[in-house]
Design a protein around this ligand. Sequence first.
Ligand SMILES: [Zn+2]
Length: 162
Amino acid sequence: MNVLVCAACGRRLSEPLRLLPELSERPEYDGLKNPDGSRHAPSTVRRGTYAVDPEPCGAPYAPHPDPESYEFRSATDSYLLNGEILVSAGPRDTLVVHPEDTLGHLVHNPASAEFGCCGAPGREGPNQVCDGCGAVVATRFSECYGRYETHFLPDAVQVAAV
Ligand SMILES: [Zn+2]
């Protein structure tokens, strides 16, 4: 098993995790309420696991270069704003964990002012910081109708064996 630790201060940032060979397909949003009242989709990865996402993730977002050819795929981090398709031009190879495997290790980024309906849309840059030193380390996606994932920036964390 591994834990993710803060590259800046060495603090542990996750529960013990097992690396998955690949990121599985994202579960579809089912519209049902979760036990805590939220409506986000089921988590992409199970508790106690993590996976590398080879696709761009999170901010910045850029207009799709060829919107006519755009087909919605749940693997693509994109959204519609004022009739324009915006796709992620963010970092690749982020580390995807179940958001609840970071509880007690990460805190909300005080510089992040994004507003969501039920959770964090995750579109305005990393919204999670290290609980120890305040380094910006991850983006949590927890808005209703969206993916339910926390993505660690690959340069902000190190993997340690436990
Ligand atoms: Zn830190």
